[in-house]
Design a protein around this ligand. Sequence first.
Ligand SMILES: Nc1ncnc2c1ncn2[C@@H]1O[C@H](COP(=O)(O)OP(=O)(O)OP(=O)(O)O)[C@@H](O)[C@H]1O
Ligand SMILES: [Mg+2]
Length: 273
Amino acid sequence: MLDAGRTETLLEVNNIEVIYNHVILVLKGVSLSVPLGGITALLGGNGAGKTTTLKAISNLLHSERGEVTKGSIVYRGERVQDLDPAALVRKGVIQVMEGRHCFGHLTIEENLLTGAFTRRDGKAAIERDLEMVYDYFPRLKERRKSQAGYTSGGEQQMCAIGRALMSRPETVLLDEPSMGLAPQLVEQIFQIVKAVNEGEGVSFLLAEQNTNVALRYAHYGYILESGRVVMDGLAADLRENPDVKEFYLGMSDDGRKSFRDVRSYRRRKRWLA
Ligand SMILES: Nc1ncnc2c1ncn2[C@@H]1O[C@H](COP(=O)(O)OP(=O)(O)OP(=O)(O)O)[C@@H](O)[C@H]1O
Ligand SMILES: [Mg+2]
């Protein structure tokens, strides 16, 4: 288990605001930090702002007409919000986009090799890492000659993560790895993420709607609602938190409300009492 008090911070997002199309304010002051060697979960429902946060970090908002208008993003003490995504990859930060973007017409192995494009350390090192990826994802080894477009959703998610690992990252920003996958496969993918985290020391910031599975594998979690962090804490504490249980772990019958509703409701109750 990580000791948050003593570990080195890799990534710091300080109070960022993101606006789309010059008018739509989507992130309203989001702060979070990612420690070296940790798995950090960014949780929240549909449209909470998880993908926007990850894209802000890896500077992928421009193509979406989005812009960071306030706050700062710092990686290993250096402001990175003006770096292009390739420069960030060279610094060791890579994003696996939502929806498993593999090149459908390439084989699994060709896809993995495209992940090594920023590397300058030669063919032998790349071959070794290909074997490392196959060790973590035996399924990809079996399918290595198959055209990615014809592999299953789970295999494509594995391929997308494997390709990111081929850049020898220090930090992976992983967007919604569970999306559209059967529970057993989701579990398998999270187990591999954990194994890579422990075996290679790769840090993860993972965005997930699936709070249950994410909090079982992450060390720390942030919960986003409508572009704001409404709660954060050690994953073990969040799992036991009554509000998290009720609103995000499906342990209540009356559907999902918002934290802010609960809070104002409690405030109101205190006020009346
Ligand atoms: N390119 C865009 N232009 C305008 N608004 C956008 C754009 N992309 C996202 N949004 C809006 O920003 C908000 C946050 O979206 P975002 O995709 O970051 O949420 P999310 O937490 O990743 O959700 P999901 O779990 O559904 O992937 C949503 O209200 C969405 O409609
Ligand atoms: Mg998203």
